[in-house]
Design a protein around this ligand. Structure first.
Ligand code: CA
Length: 440
């Protein structure tokens, strides 16, 4: 497990890129997330690292001889897949080198710093793309609070199905409709049926929702037929980002039986551009969620003392809403919820190991969605379905507007960060998407 602390985590270290030393910024020297973007004067997509309000072009850094030879070729690719496939020792070597190159104490003013400066680009001049070619996308359901709330609405007599505490429930999502933050989302059309109506109709969704989730990116992965033991699971976790699993609740309730989510989910899923390396999150590890007395212990293939001790992540995750009216009035986005990833019933390692337990092969760049991150409190519910209790208790916004579900023109903004006394705060950036009216 990548939980050992090293010099890249030292809270006192500063970058010579001054904007990275702003205490509330997302991208200090201790973060060093990876993404892919178009930068001025480069012919195609480049792998970049965020540092303060700048990005470092890793292809350019490799060409300048600044990167370890073992990773330089992977850093010249137009997506992160090759780097993801190299594995944890290579990721650590690259992170250590970037921390040296950008550290005020390790890269003094001189020819080397000048060479690094030549690879920096102001972040606003960069157009961020999806970080990887994503071949497979699976979405889990790992918050027992979310599962219980949703179950209570649809099956009041048995909110939590009997398999929940035994098996990390998930479904295969659609990789082709994953989009990067900032992509507008067209309200989908589909079959919906009012409970009183005899037959469904086809039309724009009236119950469009978001889901606040964490995305985990797969590293080397496994050969078909070869499971990944729980003790080795984190060697296959490259890093995490934010994910919005847009959901049409009316399509969902009509179509989900017997095979699960389909067109209610696959019209669009938004991803944040930055992937935070798992190593950057080492200071924010926590014990796995404490199961209630009487809950079954995980089956042996999902049980690991190290994962129980430090398999959780102390990540604060927030959702903000910006309506068209608020935009017109120049009002800041309103925070509608704040939760923490440490309440998830299953750890990322358990999700990954379960996914591969039948021999299913995971590949570099595949994405595992955690499922909606909801906690026990009302304030920590990660979707409108729960916040408005299926539209029956609409959310009141400060300007008097109300929301049961999303309106056209609403922008949903996910943010995340890790913060702990004695450590440097690091952020996940943002995942944004604005709802466009349904097409013709
Ligand atoms: Ca979901």
């Amino acid at each position: 497990m990548t939980v050992e602390l090293n010099f890249t985590h030292e809270a006192s270290r500063r970058s010579w890129v001054e904007s990275a030393n702003e205490p509330t910024g997302d991208f200090p020297l201790q973060n060093l997330p990876y993404g892919v973007g178009l930068v001025p004067a480069a012919p195609g997509p480049r792998i970049v690292t965020a540092i303060g309000d700048q990005v470092l072009d890793l292809a350019a850094a490799g060409e300048a001889g600044l990167l370890p030879p073992a990773v330089a070729a992977a850093c010249r690719e137009p997506a992160l897949n090759a780097l993801m496939g190299l594995g944890a020792p290579a990721w650590s070597a690259l992170r250590a080198r970037l921390s040296e190159l950008l550290g005020a104490d390790t890269c003094l003013a001189g020819p080397r710093r000048t060479a690094v400066e030549r690879c920096l680009v102001p972040a606003p001049l960069t157009t961020m793309l999806l970080p990887a070619r994503i071949g497979g996308y699976t979405d889990f359901y790992a918050s027992i609070f979310h599962a219980t709330h949703v179950g209570a609405m649809f099956r009041p007599e048995s909110p939590l199905l009997p398999n929940y505490k035994w098996v990390p429930v998930g479904y295969h999502g659609r990789a082709s409709s994953l989009v990067v933050s900032g992509t507008a989302i067209r309200r989908p059309q589909g079959q919906l049926k009012d409970s009183a109506a005899e037959a469904p109709v086809f039309g724009p969704s009236r119950q469009l929702d978001y889901e606040l989730e964490l995305a985990a990116f797969i590293g080397p992965g496994n050969a078909l037929g070869t499971p990944i033991p729980i003790g080795a699971a984190e060697e296959h976790l490259f890093g995490v980002g934010l994910l919005n699993d847009w959901s049409a609740r009316d399509f969902q309730s009509w179509e989900y039986q017997p095979l699960g989510p389909f067109l209610a989910k696959n019209f669009a899923t938004s991803l944040s551009p930055w992937v935070i390396p798992l190593e950057a999150l080492a200071p924010f590890r926590r014990p796995a969620f404490a199961r209630s007395a009487g809950d079954p212990a995980p089956l042996p293939y999902l049980a690991d003392p190290a994962n129980q001790r430090l398999g959780g992540l102390d990540l604060t995750l927030e959702v903000f809403l910006l309506t068209a009216q608020m935009r017109t009035d120049g009002v800041a986005p309103h925070r509608v919820s704040r939760g923490n990833f440490s309440v998830m019933y299953w750890t990322l390692a358990q999700l990954l190991t379960h996914h591969a337990s039948n021999g299913c092969n995971l590949q570099p760049g595949d994405v595992l969605g955690s499922g909606t991150v909801s906690g026990p409190d009302r304030d920590s519910r990660g979707c409108l379905l729960e916040l408005s209790w299926r539209g029956t208790e609409p959310l009141s916004l400060p300007n008097g507007e109300r929301r049961g579900f999303l309106h056209d023109g609403d922008e949903v903004i996910l943010r995340g960060y890790a913060e702990r006394a004695g450590t440097r705060r690091i952020g996940l950036g943002e995942c944004r998407g604005i709802v466009l009216p349904a097409g013709p």
